[in-house]
Design a protein around this ligand. Structure first.
Ligand code: M6R
Length: 364
């Protein structure tokens, strides 16, 4: 039931603060600022590498997870698109573990990758929304994302709940591997606890984005740029826009701009720059200057501090609340989803059932 919402996708975007709170409550002892005892066959302390495979949006969630596991838990992560992973004959170590991220739990390539890893003797974790799914059944451990049913073909709340699960598992891994002090871990838990409130705050830009979507609807191509965890988010933003508005879009690491895509920049190309005020903010801004110098139309998504620090002329600056770096990708996912959604609504496409796409891809 989509209630008073025009589309399931809109409902699913708006309910994210609430569902993410459920996800976090499963993994974290919020009162004591510590990871909660959960059912896990994966011993994060003893593995030396984690392999992640997934498709589409779930893959982008996994890429963000890689930054987190490596940065906070010092756990090396190997990640690949499941359709590549299953055939690339990767050497794997029996003592290690693998995560398979899938909303439906039925994606054929992700399942095949799981079976490959199982055959190699790895411990298997399924990060799934559907607990009765094949991927969940064949795993040693289920890490539920608890997003509730997702109807819109374009994934939104499953993405942020996958991120909330991976962020929580990072806290578990950091604790198990003793890479951070208890105080630092309590701070991460505290940051995550703030998510529902900050996500509600972030969703307030919706009306501004409705205005902006009119500009975007006339574009034939859109470029998304970001660094660090904003890089996978740039690819997710581009995927979301192309899925439901049919506008061609690409997400790039901002540092790759001068290695090719800069050739595309002209007055007709909107460039969406995702740049929270973090350690790489200045680097992203210098890439943005290169876009501005060539007449590119910039839409900057940053926070209060980032907006104050930027002197580059933008078509529009979308201002997020100032948030801790760790949780920024979960906050910045929201304006990106809203931008794709409202552009598609403005263009009159079938938002919940876009052409040529299926909710669950059970064939190769
Ligand atoms: O059910 P899964 O999470 O395994 O699905 C993976 C992809 O097919 C899925 O994320 C797809 O890319 C979405 N349509 C993205 O919005």
């Amino acid at each position: 039931d989509r209630g008073n919402y025009r589309h399931f996708m809109q409902k699913e975007i708006i309910e994210q603060p609430e569902v993410v709170a459920h996800t976090l409550a499963y993994y974290l002892d919020l009162a004591n600022g510590a990871p909660k005892q959960i059912d896990s066959a994966i011993d994060f302390a003893s593995i030396s590498r984690l392999s992640i495979s997934a498709c589409g949006t779930a893959y982008y969630a996994g890429l963000i997870g890689k930054y987190w596991f490596e940065r906070y838990a010092r756990l090396p992560v190997d990640i690949d698109i499941a359709s590549e992973f299953r055939y690339r004959e990767m050497p794997l170590d029996k003592g290690d573990a693998a995560l398979f991220i899938s909303q439906s739990g039925e994606t054929a390539d992700t399942l095949a990758s799981l079976r490959y890893c199982k055959g190699e003797g790895l411990t298997i974790g399924a990060v799934v929304n559907v607990r009765e799914s094949t991927i969940a059944r064949e795993a040693d451990t289920i890490f539920p994302i608890l997003a509730g049913p997702e109807i819109g073909v374009a994934s939104t709340k499953a993405f942020t709940c996958q991120l909330a699960s991976l962020a929580s598992l990072t806290v578990h891994a950091a604790k198990a591997r003793a890479t951070l002090s208890d105080e630092a871990i309590a701070e991460m838990v505290h940051d995550l606890m703030e998510l529902p409130r900050l996500m509600t705050e972030a969703l307030k830009v919706e009306q501004e984005i409705v205005g902006l979507s009119r500009d975007l609807a006339h574009a034939s191509d859109v470029l998304y740029l970001g660094r660090d965890t904003a890089f996978p988010l740039a690819m997710e933003g581009a995927l979301k826009l192309k899925e439901i508005s049919y506008i061609h879009a690409e997400g790039y690491a901002a540092g790759e701009l001068k290695h090719g895509p800069i050739a595309l920049i002209d007055e007709d190309l909107p460039v969406i720059v995702i740049a929270p005020f973090d350690a790489v903010y200045e680097k992203t801004v210098s890439n943005m200057q290169e876009v501005a110098a060539r007449g590119g139309k910039i839409i900057l998504i940053t926070d209060v501090r980032g907006a104050a620090a930027s002197s580059v002329d933008t078509l529009k600056t979308i201002v997020m609340p100032d948030v801790p770096n760790f949780i920024a990708p979960i906050i910045y996912a929201l304006p990106i989803q809203l931008l794709a959604y409202h552009t598609a609504v403005f263009m009159g496409t079938d938002v919940d059932q876009p052409r040529n796409l299926a909710k669950s891809v059970t064939v190769e």
